[in-house]
Design a protein around this ligand. Sequence first.
Ligand SMILES: [Zn+2]
Length: 443
Amino acid sequence: MRIARPLHFASLSIIFFSAALRADESKPVSNLKVGVAKVVITPPDSAPTVGHPRPTKGARDPLRAGVLILDDGKTRAAIATFDLVDAFDSLVKRTRAAIAEKAGVPPENILVNASHNHSGSDFDKNPEWADDVIAKIAKAASEASANMKPVTVGYGVDHIGFSINRRKVINGRAVVRLNPEGPNDQRVKVLRFDDGESLTPVAVLMHAICHPCFFTWGDNATEPHPNGFPMKSADFPGEAQTFIEKAYDNGTKVMFLQGCAGDIRPNLPGDPYRCADEADIQWAGRDLGGAVLKALAKSMIREERSKRQTHYKLKVASERIALPTKDGGKIEVELMAMKIGPYLLLAMPGEPMVEYGLKLEEAIADRAVPIVLGYSNGKLGYIATAAAHSVGGYEPTQSPVTPEAEEILLRGLNRMADRVVGDVFETFNKHPAEVKMRVEKER
Ligand SMILES: [Zn+2]
């Protein structure tokens, strides 16, 4: 008896101690569940390198895709990311079909984003590799869906230093230059999903804005790769994924979301710029990776963690709209809004200039935390602002759509935001045009 008593107290105190620890670590009491998986999709040598077409042999680092499944108890959604140059229409369609089949996510609730990597291959032109990519996505969707767990969501912002605007207006005409005075957005936005058991996140979404074209054309004088880097690579988004995952002992999965990077590129001065070497890509990978690590760490300190919600509503809205093309026709594109609690992903296809993100944010920031994506859910090409069209230059010249596309796109994305954020406002809005639209929608 004399021995049993202290033992009894000892075991009781262990129970109390662990209970206290759990409460202090704020084990999530959240309705939101996520599951995540990543796969290597490096193209074979037989699939030519696009973005900057050039002869390559082998891969410097792996190209990857990620699948994140989200479920709030009512709605199921997914985000799929690719270290590829575009969200090819066929890639979007087949990715959605695979994730729908393997993870039970409605296709219209699946967001597909490409990093705009200039050292990968064309999904449409290499059918064998494309089939392999889709088979791997299906496998990733099964794996992610089999490992769903409740999480809370942390958010943080930090900055990169390697991106720069590449347009300069001289005597009323835009030319290709590295322009530190031009519009830019060096913020890195980070979402982390935590199960409350560990200080290592289950999954990380990082959002940054810059062309992954470190390994494209060098100028005449620049060694060592005057004709472009001779290997496939996932460029800086891949380098950063690896850097962050290593920092967490490969216990987490990091996915990259590309923003409005139409006129933003790596700051590699040359004539007008140079191709990156090994030091350059390590700089960018560590710069972005370091910024993400800082944001991730900060969002776990007690004061930040206490701000987390315990209930996350998941809402997705999408719409196909027509944009006027330069040849007098129309092109259909898909716009999407995905809201995860207070965080709002707004996605458009193609390569919007950086101003698109800034303008949308200004319109939305009082109602949600906006994260604006280009290169999503379809392929389009450059989307210049109306103002950029008036001074010309590379992006407006290459753009398939007219200056009028800007207003249509901005309105459309604001409408998508309203559908996932502003329910109450929409219901009570008595503007005749809105009422008419509502009546038509209900019909
Ligand atoms: Zn581009």
